[in-house]
Ligand binder design. Structure first.
Ligand code: FA5
Length: 343
């Protein structure tokens, strides 16, 4: 390619190069093409090196021709490269060096956290975990718990009934699980039951129409109020710290006799009196008592000398005291700023 003729052939070279480019199928073929025409020992290097051998009149025109041919082919090469890169399969296109999107870490709901803590404490004492249905019958929610039809104590629980005849309802407490367990398992037994409960209560800072309770039941020969006291004091000290003081006062539940309401020294003011405890220094936290003989009878426990204790507490109220939450509605608003604090 070192004469005038070769320069005339430049057009043919370009034509051939363009045709080859059009037929290229992948970038490795394209690279071969680039080396063939523009490599150090390529066709254009050879054509350019022939310029000094041309007559001085021809040289400028030859230079211009070669340069414009090079420019045209370089532009076409880049266009083809672009097309082939876009055609690459998606797997090949993945850039493994780009940092991934970090998935947001979920956290457990405070009610779940407290429930698990309660379960762990009672498991240490050998209590088994039981559950019961959220839709209950009148028998389990009231009658078997020593509240026959028209018993005035039924008014202690504003009930969601599910049918006209009031045979089915959403359980108002976890106490029906006591009866269900005693019907199935003979004493000795010690169990807790955690679950949802429902009441027609107005939704305010301390009441929710749906909330959780933990029920406890221990039945054996010779169980006394002292056992109840020992278990509950242990439980509350594990949950709120060994410094907490526990107070038992007489109370009334139709299904326990005697009955007690149990309070702890206010976790906010340590018993000095504040807004949370209404300046009383004490916070009521549990209802409890010795299982009423009528409940044993209705549950089919007939053995002599069998006694037992039962207790029930609201999980939301416990969680509020543990975490210093002043409004029960926070648990159900799904506000991520609130929930993230328990991560
Ligand atoms: C009962 O429900 C009894 N079944 C407890 C019991 C069991 C006593 C075994 C004796 C033996 P009470 O109605 O007081 O008791 O409810 C127990 C706890 O549930 C309350 O102390 C409170 O913490 C919680 N609670 C009651 N109503 C609501 C509500 N609307 N929202 C949130 N928590 C509530």
């Amino acid at each position: 390619m070192c004469d005038e003729k070769s320069l005339e052939n430049l057009e043919k070279v370009v034509e051939g190069a363009v045709k080859e480019l059009e037929e290229m199928k992948d970038s490795s073929e394209l690279e071969q093409w680039r080396i063939k025409y523009f490599g150090r020992k390529g066709i254009f290097a050879s054509i350019t090196s022939s310029i000094p051998r041309l007559s001085s009149e021809l040289r400028p025109a030859a230079g211009t021709k070669i340069n414009s041919a090079k420019k045209q082919l370089t532009r076409m090469f880049e266009e083809k490269l672009n097309i082939l890169q876009k055609k690459k399969s998606p797997e090949v296109d993945v850039n493994f060096t780009i940092p991934g999107i970090v998935p947001e870490r979920a956290s457990l709901h405070p009610i779940t956290l407290v429930s698990r803590e309660i379960v762990a404490i009672f498991q240490k004492l050998g209590f088994g975990i039981h559950t019961g249905p959220e839709i209950e019958t009148d028998f389990y929610n009231f009658e078997a718990l020593n509240m026959p039809e028209d018993h005035p104590a039924r008014d202690m629980w504003d009930t969601f009934y599910l049918d006209e005849k009031k045979r089915f309802l959403l359980r108002t407490h976890t106490s029906p699980v006591q009866v269900r367990v005693m019907q199935k398992i003979s004493p000795p037994l010690r169990i807790i039951a955690i679950g949802k409960t429902f009441r027609r209560d107005a939704f305010d800072a301390s009441h929710s129409p749906v909330f959780h309770q933990v029920e406890g039941l221990m039945v054996d020969t010779g169980i006394t109020f002292s056992n109840l006291k020992a278990v509950l004091v242990f439980f509350l000290k594990e949950l709120f710290g060994s410094g907490v003081r526990v107070r038992f006062l007489p109370s009334y539940f139709p299904f326990t006799e005697p009955s007690a309401e149990i309070s702890i020294s206010c976790v906010i003011c340590d018993g000095k009196g504040c807004q949370t405890c209404g300046n009383a220094g004490w916070l009521e936290i549990l209802g409890a008592g010795m299982v009423h003989p009528e409940v044993f009878r209705k549950s089919g426990v007939e053995c002599k000398n069998i006694t037992g204790f039962a207790f029930g507490a609201g999980i939301e109220r416990i969680a509020m005291l543990k975490y210093g939450i002043d409004d029960i509605r926070q648990f159900y608003l799904n506000d991520m700023r609130f929930l993230r604090q328990f991560g």
